[in-house]
Design a protein around this ligand. Structure first.
Ligand code: 5GP
Ligand code: MG
Ligand code: MG
Length: 177
């Protein structure tokens, strides 16, 4: 597909990195069962790969959220479109995200989830942009730090498309035109 101007990470590189993060989670949570909470839709690919790369018992659940606010400016206030099926109380929860840009949505989500009394609560994101450094929430697991450019593939979309690309890349300018 020539809709990308540049491939940042190939599917092989993504798989290798997910394997490393999975091994780290296995080690950190030894003897404890983890509940992965995926944020739809972007986290679909990383959730699927991360779980299969993990060796310990793991469960999964999903949430869908949308940011309130006008246009492209995220207000940081989140509407829950689909809530979790499971009760978080006493569980070791890791929120799985595709990408963190400003982190506004995630900050709100984390305080919401923390109020449900999980035994522990951490974040895994596949990609993180520099802007996220200003976030007040600590992110324990990061796949790749990427530049401030609009990327697609590996679950990430532009207007609903490109989630199914196996590589992560920068969308070619002619696509926006
Ligand atoms: P934040 O609240 O961290 O600013 O925004 C996070 C959300 O914005 C992500 O879950 C994703 O949906 C979207 N997003 C941020 N950066 C990108 C990007 O480079 N590409 C795509 N496709 N989505 C992005
Ligand atoms: Mg996301
Ligand atoms: Mg999107």
């Amino acid at each position: 597909m020539n809709d990308l101007s540049e491939v940042l990470y190939t599917s092989d590189e993504l798989a290798r990195r997910v394997g490393e993060v999975a091994a780290q989670i296995d080690a950190d949570y030894e003897g404890r069962e983890v509940l992965l909470v995926g944020v739809l839709n972007g986290a679909v690919m990383v959730m699927s790969d991360l779980q299969r790369a993990m060796k310990s018992h793991v469960q999964m659940d999903w949430m869908a959220v949308s940011s309130y606010g006008s246009g492209t400016q995220s207000s940081g206030v989140v509407r829950i479109l689909k809530d979790l099926s499971m009760d978080l109380e006493g569980r070791h929860v890791i929120v799985v995200e595709d990408i963190i840009d400003t982190g506004l949505t995630l900050s709100y989500l984390m305080s919401n989830l923390a109020s449900r009394k999980p035994a522990s609560l951490e974040i895994m994101t596949m990609f993180r942009k520099p802007e996220a450094a200003r976030m007040d929430v600590a992110v324990k697991y990061v796949g790749f730090e990427i530049p401030s450019q609009f990327v697609v593939g590996y679950g990430l979309d532009y207007a609903g498309r490109y989630r199914n690309l196996r590589d992560l890349g920068i969308l070619a300018p002619h696509i926006y035109a």
